[in-house]
Design a binder for this molecule. Structure first.
Ligand code: M6R
Length: 359
C-alpha cells in the first residue's frame, strides 16, 4: 500500500526516519554499540576490511570506508562485486570480508562472498532480507531492518546500511581501543540525531518540487562532493539516472580540474554538496571554479553561497554525517520530482529490475 503517497519511492523516502530508529533499536547504548548477533571474536586478529557490493549498496560501502579508517583506524577498501570476482584478488586471513546488499540475492555480490568464504576469510553480511541467499551463506549477519523496499530506486535501504556501517566503525573503534570515551559519546549522540536529519521537511520537499522544473533539459548533471559526500554524490547521480533517464555523473569535487570541468557550460547543471562541518572551504573553491566556467550551480548547504544559481538550504548541525543524511533526502526528492515531471514510472523505471540475480 502506498498510504496516500504517489509512489512507493516517495513513501520509502518518508519512512527513512522511522526505519533508521528501528535499525538502531537495542544497538545503541550511552557508551557503546551492541551487535549481539555477531560473533564476539569477529574482529579478533583483523587488520583490514574489504567491502564488496553493487549499485547503491556499493555507495554505502564507500561511505563507510572513510568512517572505518577515520574512527576505527582500520584499513578499508571497497570494490564493486562484479570487478572483484574476476580480478584474481589477493585475500589474506587478517581481512574481514563485508558484503552489503538490500536483497541478499545480487548474483555478483553473492559470488564474491562465496569466494571470500572459500579462501577462509571471516565474513559479515549487511542485509535487509533475512533468510536470503547471502544471510544463509555468511558467517555473520547484521540486518538493516528497513522493511520491504518496493521502489527499484533504493532509498531507505541505503540510509539503514549507512547507519549500520557507521555503528560498526564505532564498534570496531571501541573494541580496538582507538577511540576516546568523549569521542565515542559524541558520535553516539550524533547517531541518535539521524532520525531527525532524515525527516522530510515540507519546505525542503516543496523546494525540490519547484527546482525540478528547471532541470529537465540540458547536457546533464555533475554531482560533486568531497570525503563521504563523494559517495553521496555518486548516489545522487545514480538515483537521477535510474528514474529520470538524464545523464548524471558523480565526482569527487577535487577531480573536476583533471578533466570533467571541460564540459562546464550553462546547460551543465552542477549539484554541489557543501557541508559546513567538513572541508567547506575546499568544496567552495571547487564550486567557484565551475561557476567561473558558467555551469549552473545548485548548492545544497546550510551556509548561504552567493554564487549559487539555485539553493537548497539544509539545517545547521554539528556533525558532518547529519548533514550527509539531510542532503541524502534532498537528492532523493530532487530525482523523484524530476522523474515525476518527466512522466516516468518512478517505481519501475525502464530496463531495471529490483534485484539483479544474474551476472
Ligand atoms: O539488493 P542489492 O543491494 O544487492 O542491489 C544492488 C543494486 O542492484 C541496487 O542498489 C541498485 O543499484 C538500485 N536500483 C539502486 O537504486
Amino acid at each position: 500500500q502506498k498510504d496516500g503517497f504517489r509512489f512507493f519511492m516517495e513513501k520509502e523516502i518518508y519512512e527513512q526516519s522511522d526505519v533508521v530508529s528501528d535499525c538502531m533499536l537495542g544497538r545503541l547504548k550511552d557508551e557503546e554499540i551492541l551487535f549481539d548477533e555477531i560473533d564476539k571474536s569477529l574482529i579478533d586478529g583483523i587488520n583490514e576490511i574489504k567491502i564488496c557490493a553493487c549499485g547503491t549498496s556499493y555507495h554505502a560501502g564507500l561511505t563507510s570506508s572513510y568512517l572505518f579508517e577515520r574512527l576505527a583506524k582500520v584499513k578499508c577498501n571497497v570494490e564493486i562485486a562484479s570487478e572483484f570476482r574476476y580480478k584474481e584478488p589477493l585475500l589474506t586471513k587478517d581481512t574481514l570480508f563485508i558484503v552489503i546488499s538490500q536483497s541478499g540475492e545480487t548474483a555478483d555480490t553473492l559470488e564474491a562472498l562465496k569466494m571470500a568464504k572459500n579462501a577462509g576469510l571471516k565474513s559479515l553480511v549487511i542485509c535487509n532480507v533475512d533468510n536470503s541467499s547471502m544471510t544463509r551463506t555468511a558467517n555473520n549477519t547484521i540486518l538493516t531492518r528497513a522493511g520491504i523496499e518496493k521502489g527499484v530506486a533504493s532509498t531507505k535501504a541505503f540510509s539503514t546500511q549507512t547507519v549500520v556501517l557507521w555503528m560498526l566503525a564505532l564498534y570496531f573503534a571501541k573494541a580496538k581501543n582507538v577511540i576516546s570515551k568523549e569521542k565515542l559519546q559524541s558520535e553516539i549522540h550524533a547517531l541518535r540525531e539521524v532520525p531527525k536529519s532524515l525527516k522530510v521537511l515540507d519546505k525542503v520537499h516543496e523546494k525540490a518540487r519547484r527546482l525540478s522544473k528547471r532541470y529537465l533539459h540540458g547536457h546533464g548533471f555533475f554531482f560533486i562532493g568531497r570525503d563521504v559526500f563523494f559517495p553521496l554524490a555518486l548516489e545522487g547521480a545514480l538515483k537521477l539516472k535510474e528514474i529520470s533517464y538524464l545523464h548524471a555523473e558523480g565526482y569527487p569535487a577535487g577531480e573536476m580540474k583533471h578533466g570533467p570541468i571541460a564540459l562546464a557550460d550553462p546547460e551543465l547543471f552542477t549539484i554541489a554538496l557543501m557541508p559546513e562541518n567538513l572541508l567547506y572551504d575546499k568544496i567552495k573553491s571547487n564550486v567557484e571554479e565551475l561557476s567561473a566556467r558558467d555551469s549552473t550551480i545548485c548548492a545544497i548547504s546550510p551556509l548561504d553561497f552567493e554564487l549559487a544559481d539555485d539553493f537548497i538550504k539544509t539545517c545547521k548541525t554539528d556533525h558532518y554525517m547529519l548533514e550527509f543524511f539531510e542532503m541524502l533526502v534532498v537528492l532523493q526528492l530532487l530525482s523523484m520530482e524530476i522523474s515525476i515531471r518527466l512522466g516516468n514510472d518512478v517505481d519501475m523505471p525502464r530496463n531495471l529490475a529490483k534485484s539483479v540475480t544474474v551476472e
